[in-house]
Design a protein around this ligand. Structure first.
Ligand code: OOB
Length: 561
């Protein structure tokens, strides 16, 4: 097979229109956009310009630290220059405005370099998670018609180059595979950088900056188109609420590609404020605590199971954690008891964050009282966030009652990317996003998340779309039908359980065979069902659909026996 790099670019680049919001995805109506600009939410800035300004203002200050295997640092000037050189290299290889680039890197310095290089030329990063495997990556590459795919050589015992070769073979649009480290048959990222020949035509602030992945409720993840204007606003708002400033040292513990550690307030928020970002290669206390001590970390973001582990480990830790000022916890429901224990154990403040890659982010505030911080999931970031809590018929419920959360605002998308049919279901005709979350709103505006109406499993912050896993299991020749549901779990919040109806006359199956079958399809490990049970029938709803609710309560009852 010829190396993917040498493939001839297609005569016509189908990606160009993708940059215009409103073409590949619905965008904000003109009246709303005018209002958001007039209010100063959208300031006409881009990420490329933001880094340039920071580099001019404080060139010698350290922006980024990658501590492993040996400590590397980037000053703001170095990061800016590196982004320019990589951007020039990408451009010389024919990557340009609107092109999609699937980024599949763990928490390494090159992640940040590549993102800013792509921002500079207006190419769109598509943020894959490190756990994703061939099934997900093939889909992202083919659905977005990606022209490039960026990988590490090996990570966590997995060779990404073989996966890239397999994906490149079946994805005609994919012209480049760039590798951090030993490239094998692909191209080393280190060889891409070159001296810029002149200024590059960058994107406009209202244009798309990247495609983020949705947690997903459908067979395949949907893509979330975010603009420079809207995302920069969510960062400014997050920074103000969390007190991020030039003295902030933010530890990126969760995968840098996820919206939470990226923007709440995350590594992008920290760079916007002129602070320092430190990348953490692994989230467990054994790796993270020494880094907190050595790098004088002031802030980080954790999912609830990790917050629990950190809280427990802090008691015996020998590392000095006294620099920590604030820990944000979100991505899944944080139990009140666990929330109460965090502050005394870690000696820092707690902010709960209830956000979504589609936009809306809620934070408890630094001046909220203790009860509010431990019992609510915060209130919206922006005064322009519109919140509705409605019943099944989209009618507003009385104040304080539980209902479906709908939202619209200056940084919440109006539709997924190239998903017209799905958009009709996920958004109301007047542009509210149906979050799928069940909440109560308190008189203070704080929201309490009470559950979920969407068909999704939240496994400690990692989202699983049951339909995606069901489709894989259905391909097994001995399976007649399958339904994947959430079961409560004290540590993760939820785990996944696959109820399987075996095909009549087929060889008897064991749970391990189903789990192996799913794993062998090449899918993120967190999506492999934790439990498998064989049944002869599913409960049905009144109109004959499989009742997930019935299955969930059966599973919960069985757990409690
Ligand atoms: C974050 O983003 P996503 O896109 O992975 O997941 C969003 C969903 C929400 O709709 C909700 O179902 C759940 O995750 N969720 C929470 C929660 N935070 C998120 N459920 C209960 N309590 C919370 N605190 O997960 C995300 C994005 C930005 C910031 C923080 C989290």
């Amino acid at each position: 097979m010829p190396a993917p790099d040498r493939r001839t670019p297609p005569a016509q680049d189908p990606a160009v229109t993708a940059l215009t919001p409103g073409v590949d995805a619905p965008t904000w109506p003109a009246g709303f956009a005018e209002r958001y600009r007039a209010a100063g939410y959208w300031r006409g800035e881009t990420f490329g310009g933001m880094l340039r300004e920071r580099a001019a203002a404080h060139p010698g200050r350290v922006a980024l630290v990658d501590p492993a295997p040996e400590r590397r640092t980037w000053t703001y000037r170095q990061l800016d220059e590196r982004a320019d050189r990589l951007a020039a290299g990408f451009a010389a290889r024919g990557i340009g405005k609107g092109d999609r680039v699937v980024l599949h890197l763990p928490n390494v310095g090159e992640f940040v370099e590549v993102v800013f290089a792509l921002f500079r030329i207006g190419a769109l990063p598509v943020y894959a998670l490190p756990a994703h495997r061939e099934t997900e990556i093939s889909y992202f590459c083919s659905f977005t018609e990606a022209v490039a795919y960026v990988i590490p050589d090996r990570h966590a015992g997995f060779d990404h180059r073989d996966l890239a070769s397999a994906v490149a073979r079946k994805t005609p649009s994919l012209r480049h595979v760039f590798v951090v480290g030993d490239p094998g048959e692909h191209t080393a990222l280190a060889e891409v950088a070159r001296a810029p020949e002149g200024p590059l035509a960058g994107p406009e602030p209202h244009e798309l900056a990247f495609l983020q992945l949705s947690g997903g409720t459908t067979g395949v993840p949907k893509l979330i188109p975010r603009t420079h204007d809207d995302y920069l606003y969510s960062l400014r708002g997050s920074n103000e609420i969390c007190g991020v400033n030039a003295g902030t040292r933010f530890l990126v513990v969760l995968p840098a590609a996820h919206n939470f550690p990226m923007s709440s307030p995350g590594w992008l928020g920290s760079l916007l404020a002129g602070g320092r970002v430190v990348l953490c290669p692994r989230p467990e206390p054994g790796t993270a605590f020494p880094l907190v001590a050595r790098e004088s970390i002031t802030m980080t973001g954790l999912v609830p199971p990790l917050a629990l582990v950190w809280t427990q480990a802090a008691a015996d830790a020998e590392d000095d954690l006294s620099s920590l000022e604030l820990v944000l916890v979100g991505g899944a429901k944080y139990s009140e008891e666990a929330a109460r224990r965090l502050r005394p154990a870690l000696g820092c403040r707690l902010t709960q964050v209830f956000g979504m890659a589609e936009g809306l982010v809620n934070y408890t505030r630094l001046d909220d009282d203790e009860e509010t911080v431990v019992t609510t999931q915060g209130r919206p970031l922006s005064p322009a966030d519109e919140i509705r809590v409605v019943d099944d018929g989209d009618r507003d419920v009385p104040e304080g009652a539980s209902g479906h959360l709908l939202t619209r605002g200056p940084y919440t998308i109006r539709g997924y990317w190239r998903a017209e049919r799905h958009n009709a279901r996920s958004f109301t005709p007047d542009g509210f996003y149906r979050t799928g979350d069940l909440v109560r709103r308190l008189p203070s505006g704080h929201l309490v998340v009470g559950g979920r109406a969407k068909d999704q499993i939240n496994r400690g912050g990692e989202k699983i779309a049951p339909e995606e896993v069901e489709n894989l299991i259905l391909a097994h020749p001995a399976v007649h039908d399958v339904s994947v549901v959430a079961v409560p779990d004290t540590y993760l919040g939820e785990r996944s359980l696959a109820y399987v109806i075996p095909r009549e006359g087929a060889e008897p199956l064991r749970p391990a065979q189903i789990r192996r079958f799913v794993r062998e399809r090449g899918i993120a490990a967190y999506k492999v069902p934790d439990l498998v049970e064989f049944v002869t029938a599913f409960p049905h709803t009144g109109i004959g659909k499989v009742s997930k609710k019935g299955l969930r309560s059966a599973a919960t009852a069985a757990e409690q026996q």
